[in-house]
Ligand binder design. Structure first.
Ligand SMILES: Cc1cc2nc3c(=O)[nH]c(=O)nc-3n(C[C@H](O)[C@H](O)[C@H](O)COP(=O)(O)OP(=O)(O)OC[C@H]3O[C@@H](n4cnc5c(N)ncnc54)[C@H](O)[C@@H]3O)c2cc1C
Length: 505
């Protein structure tokens, strides 16, 4: 029987989506969030600015993203789930698509920490023949061309992303590939599960005997195509997009979710959940008092969940989470005077990187049209990402004790990347995001299966579902998909949220 009363713990993107969808399907929902603000890691902030350049005064505002900013319109079932949510929330007119032929889609760079130079990542194999192609990119393209001829069997179980790249492409490419891992997971590739972080690479090798051959034989995903078809015209349009964002920033999604959730009857309480206890119903102890509900949807990180469970579940402490320094920098110059047109650059492991920088997003040219503060083209917005494995497993760079220490690190890195840059920034906003992205350690899928079985067979049966970045993917699409699956499952019965891993081998 579907639960009639549900407590959703955590008001990030996952919890808000679950609460909104559950209330729409008729449940009485209480959302409990410990922070003063909803949205979790999704946070946009606007700042007024006024400055003079060449005798002219420029006045307006800039909106800065401290967390997620770009959304992928493909690459798994989370993509249609997110676009469907945006449509249902009435946010379609806020979508800013970045077409496949846009410079932000085509121009992505790698920063070589030794030479301090940027090189464009080339998708076409013909770039090997171009003498201007950087050596690291040429190596990457050649390694892909040779990969089908490499003999190496995958291990029986899971393996790390680093082990996989070394096995299939060689050590040097594995080092270059670390840049892409830094860009998505801010993690050490040696600590990250291939199957859980880059499942499509594992599947391609399994299908084709080699990653390249497997990708060429990519089967049609009928369920996903049906989900796109359900979205209608927008589902077709997105085929021409490389990525998209929202005008006004990610906070638009959070604000619309909050409003629509409240309109659907969700009661939102700013209180910390201290303990949950399964009985005939679930007793939820919170900082404002007790609550009794039929079911709990836990939308908080697994490590936090572990602290509040009165009856424990396995593996919730198995993964660590990475800490990332995010510094938003605004310069009083048009973007073309600062950096090449494009999305930004990533930095591989090793070399001279005393600041422990992971990459830089060129916000002004990566997602043009998202900031309606009237200063587009007049200022350059950059986001410098620092830390992650540099502060943990790589060693050699100390994690700052306070976020203000991030600013000189970010500016020192930018001066090395763009030596011509002399202008003082108009604004620098640092955030030390502690434990913000989970690192799925090898074996993550099998552990999710165990958690699913433990919920099914113990006191949490029919009492608890789990959603969020700690389980089935860290992207905003994955978070929305997990929440949608739980909400639709609970509308007709009960689910753990981990059914997708029930048959994991
Ligand atoms: C810097 C950064 C950049 C990113 N960029 C992108 C991007 O461009 N594109 C993309 O797809 N993804 C991106 N991501 C990933 C994505 O933003 C996150 O994975 C996603 O927002 C996580 O949402 P969540 O709701 O699962 O978790 P969270 O956002 O962590 O929300 C959990 C909530 O639970 C609350 N909570 C915790 N304990 C309790 C308690 N005891 N009681 C009550 N409440 C509690 C917390 O306060 C929090 O609000 C980025 C992440 C970061 C950190």
């Amino acid at each position: 029987m579907p639960p009639r009363t549900v407590a959703v713990i955590g008001g990030g993107l996952s919890g808000l989506t679950a609460a909104y969808r559950l209330a729409k399907s008729g449940a009485r929902v209480t959302l409990l969030e410990s922070a003063p603000r909803l949205g979790g890691w999704a946070q946009t902030q606007s700042y007024p600015l006024s400055f003079e350049r060449n005798g002219q005064t420029h006045t307006g505002s800039v909106s800065l993203e401290f967390g997620p900013r770009s959304i992928r319109p493909r690459g798994g079932p989370g993509a249609p789930a997110m676009l469907q949510l945006i449509q249902d929330l009435g946010l379609c007119d806020r979508i800013v698509p970045i077409p496949n032929d846009h410079p932000a889609a085509k121009n992505r760079y790698l920063f070589d920490p030794d030479s301090g130079k940027l090189s464009a990542v080339q998708a076409s194999p013909l770039a090997v023949l171009n003498p201007r192609t950087a050596p690291a990119i040429r190596q990457l393209l050649l390694a892909f061309a040779m990969e089908p001829f490499r003999r190496s069997r995958p291990p029986d179980g899971d393996e790390s992303v680093a082990a996989f790249f070394e096995r299939r492409f060689g050590k040097r490419v594995a080092r270059t590939a670390s840049a892409f891992v830094h860009g998505i997971y801010a993690a050490d590739p040696a600590a990250l599960s291939l199957r859980s972080a880059f499942g499509m690479l594992h599947a391609a090798e399994k299908r084709g005997g080699s990653v390249v051959m497997g990708m060429l034989r990519s089967p049609k995903n009928e369920a996903e195509e049906a989900a796109w078809a359900k979205i209608g015209e927008l589902g077709k349009e997105r085929e021409g997009w490389n990525m998209y964002a929202l005008r006004g920033g990610m906070c638009q999604l959070i604000t619309a979710l909050e409003k629509n959730a409240r309109d659907a009857g969700v009661e939102i309480k700013r209180s910390r959940v201290l303990r949950i206890n399964p009985d005939t119903r679930v007793n939820v102890e919170t900082s404002y008092g007790p609550l009794r509900v039929d079911h709990v949807v836990a939308a908080l990180p697994p490590r936090r969940l572990d602290r509040i469970l009165s009856a424990s579940l396995p593996h919730l402490l198995a993964n660590s989470s990475t800490t990332v320094g995010v510094v938003n920098v605004v310069l009083p110059l048009p973007p073309k005077e600062v950096h090449p047109d494009g999305f930004g650059y990533l930095i591989p492991r090793g070399g001279c990187n005393p600041e422990g920088a992971l990459g830089v997003v060129f916000d002004s040219t990566a997602l043009p049209g998202t900031d309606d503060g009237g200063l587009e083209g007049q200022v350059t917005k950059l986001t410098v990402m620092l830390g992650g494995p540099h502060w943990s497993s790589y060693g050699g760079v100390r994690e700052p004790a306070h976020e203000d220490e991030l600013i000189p690190l970010a500016l020192s890195h930018l001066r090395r990347a763009f030596p011509h840059l002399k202008a003082e920034p108009l604004l620098t906003v640092p955030h030390l995001n502690r434990e913000c992205i989970p690192t799925y350690a090898p074996g993550h899928g099998a552990r999710l299966r165990d958690i699913h079985e433990a919920i099914e067979s113990g006191p949490w049966k029919n009492r608890l579902s789990v959603v969020g970045a700690g389980y089935g993917g860290v992207s905003v699409n994955d978070c929305v998909l997990g929440a949608e699956i739980v909400a639709s499952g609970l509308a007709s019965g009960t689910v753990t949220g981990l059914e997708r891993w029930a048959d994991w081998e």
